[in-house]
Design a protein around this ligand. Structure first.
Ligand code: ATP
Ligand code: MG
Length: 491
């Protein structure tokens, strides 16, 4: 299996108001064409700047749209083909991680990677032919080392991490939301965003106090020319980390300080995982040291396509933090992953749905062919078409989906049944009319016959020569009977 490196780009934001007021100088420069980033030590102006090369380097005037199109697009495209993908923003507090991931609605060019990704996913879904998709979203945060569901009924409830031999690490009880449109996805993102822990610090008035992971899961069901079906599943993790911070700069005390300590701890666990992965001699990768590294296990050294956006402040008073971010990012680009398409995952819901539909169809076909049509038609109560053995499904949302599918099939069945009933009744009516016609005709025939016999008897002096035997006439109600030969249209 081919391996590929974690992709890393850097993004340097413009100087903020505080930095301008402090008369800060820019120490970061970028050569966008070469993907290079330079940082000048403000305390050693005569030294040449330190130089780093990445898969992309973006400066103050670059917009998220460009970053997405150049570097995030192929990764998200891969997810729609069945790869797992992770995009995460890393950097010190106030460096632009949430700005990059979440972004602003206006100007549109600065919309974040998260809303762009689901727009992209739905475009792919709508363009694909002969393909069925199931798209689901979840949104969690890791706050003070507790995992919380940002879309759950209780956003403060702590959730447990579990490990599954095939699924890997997952969050037990995390709500999954089936989404059918960009608008639905946006609503989910906004709900989760509002529930996220944010607090004021001196470095960022809307500082993220938690790491967040927005996940889009896609199941892709196709049928090839030979009628064979294929199922693939891709998962896209969009991670907005909390920023590393120094108490002296953020002025954090009390709750803010406690949060900062946990944030720094999990970020250093992430740093240790990255170092261990790129150090060829290291056998043990300390994924278990934090919830963040456990959840990102597949994205770092696993089967995922991963992109890291390292966010930087240009200001000289952040030199140490910026240099540390650049070194961190530089190490990350040496991580090797082995991305592979997830074919036929065992827990795929679309497979479960397909099988459920096949089962229901088979039961329906059985009902239809068993000759019990008349019995079924005579029952006035709405038929209970299928006795489906209900299987417990993973989450309430998922159950709703299966219920919806069953409801659809039930409706389709009832409609078909009503049509058959109407046809049957129409046929019964026309048979009744036919019988009336036959009776009337027989009466008139009998009458004519007896008149003829009477006349004959008169003419021959009491002897008749006519017989009343004819071919067998089938009466749908009374069965076969013997009667006179009828005109051909009545047979
Ligand atoms: N490229 C950019 N262009 C314009 N403004 C930006 C840019 N990047 C960040 N900002 C602004 O800088 C401020 C801090 O950004 P943001 O909240 O994204 O930082 P952060 O890295 O998420 O910080 P924290 O770790 O504290 O959550 C915000 O007001 C944001 O609008
Ligand atoms: Mg943030």
């Amino acid at each position: 299996m081919a391996s590929e490196s974690v992709k890393v780009v850097v993004r340097c934001r413009p100087m903020n108001q505080r930095e301008r007021e402090l008369n800060c100088q820019a120490v970061v420069t970028v050569d966008c064409a070469r993907g290079q980033c330079f940082i000048q030590n403000p305390g050693a102006a005569d030294e040449p700047p330190k130089q780093f090369t990445f898969d992309g380097a973006y400066y103050m005037d670059h917009v998220t749209e460009q970053i997405y199109n150049e570097i995030a697009y192929p990764l998200v495209e891969g997810v729609t083909e069945g790869y797992n993908g992770t995009i995460f923003a890393y950097g010190q507090t106030g460096s632009g991680k949430s700005f990059t991931m979440q972004g602003l609605p206006d100007p549109p060019s600065q919309r974040g990677i998260i809303p762009r990704a689901f727009e992209h996913v739905f475009e792919s879904v709508q363009c694909a032919e002969n393909t069925k998709f199931l798209v689901r979203a979840s949104y969690l945060e890791i706050y003070n080392e507790d995992v919380r569901d940002l879309l759950g009924p209780d956003t403060k409830q702590k959730l447990e991490l579990k490990e599954h031999p095939e699924k890997g690490v997952y969050v037990k009880g995390l709500s999954l939301h089936t989404v059918h449109s960009v608008a639905q996805c946006e609503r989910i993102m906004e709900t989760g965003w509002k529930n996220r822990s944010v607090g004021y610090t001196l470095m960022n008035k809307d500082s993220s106090r938690s790491h967040s992971i927005f996940t889009i899961s896609i199941e892709i069901y196709t049928v090839d020319e030979r009628g064979k079906d294929h199922l693939r599943a891709g998962k896209l993790n969009l991670v907005d980390l909390a920023g590393s911070e120094r108490q002296s700069k953020t002025g954090a005390t009390g709750e803010r300080l406690k949060e900062a300590t946990k944030i720094n701890l999990s970020l250093s666990a992430l740093g240790n995982v990255i170092s261990a992965l790129v150090d060829g001699r290291c056998k043990h990768i300390p994924y278990r040291d934090s919830k963040l590294t456990r959840l990102l296990q597949d994205s770092l050294g696993g089967n995922t396509k991963t992109l890291m956006v390292a966010c930087l402040s240009p200001a000289d008073n952040n030199y140490d933090e910026t240099l540390s971010t650049l070194r961190y990012a530089n190490r990350a680009k040496n991580i090797k992953n082995k991305p592979r398409i997830n074919e036929d995952p065992k827990d795929a819901l679309l497979r479960e749905y397909q099988e459920e539909i096949k089962r229901l169809k088979a039961i329906l076909a059985q009902h239809m062919s068993h000759g019990s049509l008349a019995a079924m038609l005579s029952s006035q109560a709405p038929p209970k078409p299928v006795q489906v053995e209900e299987k417990p499904l993973p989450t309430p949302v998922i159950q709703q989906d299966t219920e919806a599918e069953k409801q659809l099939i039930r409706e389709e069945y009832e409609e078909r049944l009503a049509r058959l009933k109407a046809d049957y009744e129409a046929e019964q009516e026309s048979r009744a009319r036919l019988e009336e016609d036959i009776t009337a005709m027989r009466n008139s025939y009998d009458m004519k016959l007896s008149t003829l016999e009477e006349n004959l008897r008169k003419e021959t002096g009491g002897h008749t020569a006519l017989h009343t035997a004819g071919p067998t006439l089938f009466n749908p109600h009374t069965g076969p009977q013997v009667g006179p030969q009828l005109p051909s249209f009545c047979r």
